[in-house]
Design a protein. Structure first.
Length: 221
């Protein structure tokens, strides 16, 4: 394949800096990483704003809310009952393990923190890596559906590759640079939304168009 730096540079030249992740504080990003599962950031922003307006965006405050009240606050993000329980699980661990301190949480080291995050109910690899990268500034590459789609259609990975395999693909070929990981992931989201769409991809106008294999984008059999 073309080198990852070449892919990065093409996307960066085409789109410029994406200024991710939207969030004013590490704790806001941690909460947002749970809420954004299977929804858009626009919906999450509505909830975050609502929590701020009510002075509720604090670990202790959110943990003390009755479950039904928390569910109602999270309604705009979809699957709000499930997400309310996932958020409570995360907040309970965060409060008990680190006394609600973001600094203490990120001080235990990237590998250990990722392991602990993944042990929590409802926290999968993408959510854990988003917390590490966007809230903690740690070099943990985030993989999402856009990354899978772009990489597989170009034949750079197998269509059946799992999250771990694709994460290893990136991290073994790039210097561990959190800022670069941040920007690269955001650029994949941009090209995935604008060009490498699930249906009716716009390959002809894509910055990566000439890197497609002969015969066009690869699709799963």
């Amino acid at each position: 394949m073309s080198t990852l730096p070449e892919v990065y540079q093409r996307l960066f030249t085409a789109f410029g800096p994406q200024n991710w992740w939207p969030g004013e504080t590490p704790f806001e990003v941690i909460v947002g990483a749970v809420l954004v599962q299977n929804t858009s950031w626009r919906n999450v922003a509505r909830v975050i704003d609502r929590l701020k307006e009510g002075d509720l965006l604090h670990a202790a405050t959110l943990s003390a809310l009755p479950l039904e009240e928390l569910e109602e606050l999270l309604r705009p993000v979809g699957y709000y009952r499930v997400k309310a329980r996932r958020l409570r699980n995360l907040l309970a661990w965060f409060t008990e393990r680190f006394d609600g301190s973001v600094e203490a949480m990120f001080a235990i080291g990237q590998a250990e923190l990722r392991r602990e995050l993944l042990s929590l109910n409802g926290i999968g690899p993408e959510t854990a890596d988003s917390i590490l990268l966007y809230a903690g500034g740690l070099p943990s590459f985030v993989i999402d559906a856009y990354t899978f789609r772009v990489m597989a259609r170009h034949g750079w990975i197998e269509h059946g590759a799992d999250y771990h395999a694709l994460k290893e693909f990136f991290e073994s070929r790039m210097e561990p640079d959190a800022a670069r990981f941040n920007e690269f992931h955001a650029l994949f989201v941009r090209v995935g939304k604008d060009f490498c769409r699930k249906r009716e991809p716009r390959c002809g106008a894509c910055p990566l168009q000439d890197l497609l294999p002969e015969g066009g984008p690869l699709e799963p059999e």
